[in-house]
Ligand binder design. Structure first.
Ligand code: FES
Ligand SMILES: [Fe+2]
Length: 447
């Protein structure tokens, strides 16, 4: 048994060792390593993915009680702007009022019609059925033929309210009036992101796509680098897949996958030029790109290029480490929000689609820094289940990578539905984030 095997880690260089060689050293947050003693689950019942009963349990015990990201503040910039956040059978109006962002159940309190059908801007919400109306703060505005409703107390007929709070420019909602405050739920996550100021970024792109699998199976494909060796073999030369570091704290977890370093799975040693070409995803039929000078590493060159581009936006005196521009730093806030750290633009959200256990909506937001006035946020580009990611050119090179990821997923769902075993097994270290997620999910569903 090698020392690495004895430590239950890959034989490759550890992420922390790799950081120690960087030209511009990393911020303290990237040097953190969590204990992993709280992540006990090693296998997950197949039924968590395959049964409407388990979906129903989540719709009863998880979604109506947990904090969840509903939108960005910038999507509702003016008083009266609102959007609808849909989760399972629930629909929530998230609206900006003169006294801040508020959230209400999107249900008319007369005979229950959905109050709003689309995102929009309103001075008040007027039900399209009989015309009962509410002010945007949720207070009752008018009852049609109010003489005919003696039982309605006008001071006690507000829209059913939903807790609402913000962090990092994101708006979170919680349907449980007794929920702990958002800040307590987030724990140390805002401290981790303090240097990256997500509130000072704007939505450069927002793409959502329906995928034919359970929402958990989908997000789990984006919570580890373990799948790179077979799902994305074309990037293996320039990604430290097996060198990734995995952490879990409270309600959030993190993976950091180093780039511009060779995979420990490789049986050949790429040159610095090959590393650079791999990580910049140069196609074989493209002209040669920039040359890595003698004595420079691909990682340093990649970081220097990205840093120079960023500093034009965030300021020349900003200290931007190699790791913050070179590596994939992907957090997961339970249950379904995945903001990326550093200067990578990616943020994901996954949720059931059409209130089904076997369909989900995967969304990718690109959040970018900006100089000067905040640019308007991109609207969501919706891709149906049969549309390829490449129909969203705003995703750039990642569209092809996503296609590889999501190609597996309906086949995962089909395989799980046919499985003759009760549990899927999880890697001890590389699937830490998934184990941590299911550990928390078990606690929530226990009631
Ligand atoms: S259902 Fe809304 S006013 Fe009647
Ligand atoms: Fe992937």
């Amino acid at each position: 048994m090698t020392q690495a095997e004895a430590n239950n880690r890959s034989a490759g260089i550890s992420y922390q060792q790799l950081l120690a060689e960087d030209v511009v050293p990393p911020p303290a947050v990237l040097k953190l390593e969590s204990p992993l003693t709280d992540v006990l689950i090693q296998s997950v019942p197949v039924s968590r993915y395959t049964t409407p009963e388990f979906h129903d349990l989540e719709m009863q015990r998880l979604w109506p009680k947990v904090w969840q990201m509903a939108c960005r503040e910038e999507e509702i910039p003016a008083v009266g702007d609102y959007l609808l956040y849909e989760i399972g059978q629930f629909s929530i109006i998230v609206v900006r009022t003169a006294s801040g962002i508020k959230a209400h159940h999107n249900v008319c309190r007369h005979r229950g019609r959905r109050l709003c059908d689309f995102d929009g801007h309103a001075a008040s919400f007027i039900c399209p059925f009989h015309g009962f109306s509410w002010n945007i703060d949720g207070s009752l505005r008018g009852v049609t033929s109010s003489w005919d409703f003696p039982q309605i107390d006008h001071d006690d007929f507000d829209l059913n309210s939903v807790c609402c709070d913000t962090w990092g420019g994101w708006v979170f909602i919680n349907m449980d009036a007794k929920a702990e405050p958002l800040a307590a739920f987030l724990g140390e996550l805002p401290e981790h992101f303090a240097i990256w100021t997500p509130e000072q970024r704007y939505i450069e792109a927002h793409v959502g796509k329906v995928i034919g699998c359970n929402w958990k199976a989908c997000q789990e494909a984006f919570m580890e680098a373990f799948h790179v060796i077979t799902t994305h073999p074309q990037i293996l030369a320039g990604i430290g897949d097996e060198n990734s570091q995995y952490d879990a704290w409270g309600n959030f977890s993190r993976a950091i996958t180093p780039n511009a370093t060779p995979s420990p799975h490789l049986r050949w040693k790429p040159s610095e030029q090959e590393l650079f070409d791999s990580v910049t995803m140069r196609e074989l039929d493209q002209d040669p790109g920039p040359r890595v000078p003698d004595g420079m590493t691909a990682r340093a060159m990649m970081a220097a290029g990205a840093r120079a581009g960023l500093q034009r936006v965030v300021g020349e005196d900003a200290v931007i480490s190699d790791a913050e521009v070179a590596d994939s730093i992907y957090y997961t806030l339970f249950p379904n929000f995945h903001p990326w750290g550093g200067f990578n633009r990616i943020n994901y959200r996954f949720r059931p689609f059409d209130n089904r256990h076997d369909k989900c909506l995967m969304e990718c937001y690109y959040l970018s820094p900006f100089a000067g006035e905040r640019p308007p946020p991109a609207k969501m580009h919706f891709l149906a289940e049969d549309e390829p990611w490449t129909n969203a050119p705003e995703l750039g090179l990642l569209a092809k990578v996503f296609t590889q990821d999501t190609f597996n997923l309906p086949k995962v769902q089909a395989g799980l539905a046919a499985a003759q075993f009760d549990e899927v097994v999880l890697a001890n270290y590389q699937e830490t984030k998934i184990r941590h997620f299911h550990h928390l999910l078990s606690k929530w569903l226990a009631g």
